[in-house]
Design a protein around this ligand. Structure first.
Ligand SMILES: [Zn+2]
Length: 423
């Protein structure tokens, strides 16, 4: 099979300033060459050449807080009582395909039930269904009476819902080992309330000892662990327990930032959810959500702290609770605009969060996340310049190419004959 040439691209490679008139050559599933200034290899008779004509070529994006099995969640009970496992798995498969077609070639799970992330990951990797490279999440590992332990006791549910309820370090160790046995790659804890949950942010719903037991157990078996953490106290506890990812982190301050940078802890600010909630409140004049006031304060705080975290070298990635009623699947790239327009982070840096940093969290920083010779060919071509206008990434009609592992998932460009184009 011949190579694929993508010529005359505005190259946003995930590491450097954009470069005009670039040629990217894909051979099998890897990037064989990246060239500017006319030093590209010449296409042969079997090669297929596409004229990108000044459109932007960048790495595939990575959604790092993904709930593939959230289906239009309006109440807590929608999380695990809305569909039987078989139906929910099919819905999730459609979501995974949609994510990929939106230009996200990678995903990191942030909580799922019925082991759907693991099932999808296996089906995707076997070529059974289309979907992103997937680091599989599992159930929400929580304590008795935590926000996610929401089924009333008298229902005598006896079902495997979203929450996996543990008390004491031993139960956490057992839960984490069991999740890993089921194939989960990244454990999700809920150490604090806040950010939309029933308990407020300053309530710790698990102890440091429980967090440490879970974290050590996950790391011992080479897996990652993340946590829904809002308060400063929660962030410091997560750093003490050496969690890999802090989700939300609304009340982060300079002391947290310094330690997160030093420990190379990933941060998922997920500003889009509070941004949407605040917007909705402004539009409708009332809060649709009990925690919206607290969340709005968190949002304004994040607008100030995120530029400082970026400057300090904290590994920031993107991802949010898509699949809730306020923010449907398919809107994934709208989150990037919240950082550019809300927090004032330059678009090129936000693109790096969505690509290079995401690849590092996936554990594939050497293989993905930038457009460089030798790396796996996960890339997109967008008709516009996302560095000038980040919103072009939201419009699927402008997404002319989505390529994963060297294969086109979407391609709306017309191939030219290599020989005819070689001159
Ligand atoms: Zn979430």
């Amino acid at each position: 099979m011949g190579r694929i040439f993508l010529r005359r691209a505005n190259l946003i490679d995930g590491a450097n300033a954009p470069r005009k008139n670039a040629t990217v050559v894909v051979e099998n599933n890897r990037i064989a060459a990246v060239a500017t200034n006319g030093d590209a290899p010449k296409p042969g008779a079997n090669d297929v050449v596409y004229d990108v004509a000044g459109r932007s070529l960048m790495p595939g994006m990575i959604q790092c807080h993904y709930h593939v099995a959230y289906d239009n969640i309006g109440t807590l009970f929608d999380l695990d009582m809305k569909h039987p496992p078989t139906m929910l798995t099919l819905i999730a498969a459609k979501n995974a395909e949609l994510l990929l077609r939106c230009g996200f070639t990678g995903a990191v799970g942030a909580g799922t039930l019925h082991n759907i992330d693991v099932t999808l990951k296996r089906a995707i990797n076997q070529g059974l269904i289309p979907g992103p490279r997937f680091m599989a999440g599992g159930r929400d590992v929580v304590t008795t009476g935590d926000s996610v332990d929401f089924h009333p006791s008298w229902w005598k549910m006896q079902m495997e819902g979203l929450g996996l309820i543990c008390d004491g370090p031993d139960e956490f160790r057992k839960a984490v080992r069991d999740e890993i046995k089921q194939g989960v790659d990244i454990i999700k804890l809920y150490p604090t309330g806040g950010h939309g949950l029933a308990w407020p942010a300053d309530v710790m719903t698990m102890t440091l000892e429980e967090m440490k037991a879970a974290s050590d157990t996950a790391h011992e078996r080479g897996k990652k662990i993340r946590g829904h953490i809002i308060s400063k106290r929660g962030i410091m506890a997560a750093l003490d327990a050496r969690l890999d990812v802090i989700d939300h982190g609304d009340q982060m301050d300079d002391e947290c930032i310094e330690r997160m940078a030093e420990q190379r802890t990933f941060l998922v600010p997920s500003l889009y959810f509070p941004y949407m909630m605040a917007e909705q409140k402004r539009r409708e004049g009332k809060a649709s959500f009990p925690g919206v006031e607290e969340m709005t304060r968190g949002l304004e705080h994040s607008y100030l702290t995120l530029p400082r975290a970026q400057a300090a070298g904290v590994k920031i990635v993107i991802g949010d609770d898509f699949g809730t009623s306020a923010m449907p699947h398919g809107d994934y790239a709208k989150e990037l605009a919240a950082y550019v327009n809300g927090a004032g982070i330059p678009a090129l840096e936000v693109i790096t969060w969505a690509t290079r940093n995401g690849a590092e969290l996936l554990g594939m920083g050497d293989e993905l996340g930038t457009i460089e010779a030798g790396k796996l060919a996960d890339l997109i071509v967008v008709n516009g310049d996302p560095v000038k206008d980040i919103t072009v990434l939201q419009d699927r009609a402008k997404l002319d190419v989505v390529m994963k592992d060297g294969k086109f998932v979407e391609c709306h460009l017309t191939p030219g004959k290599a020989a005819a184009r070689a001159a």
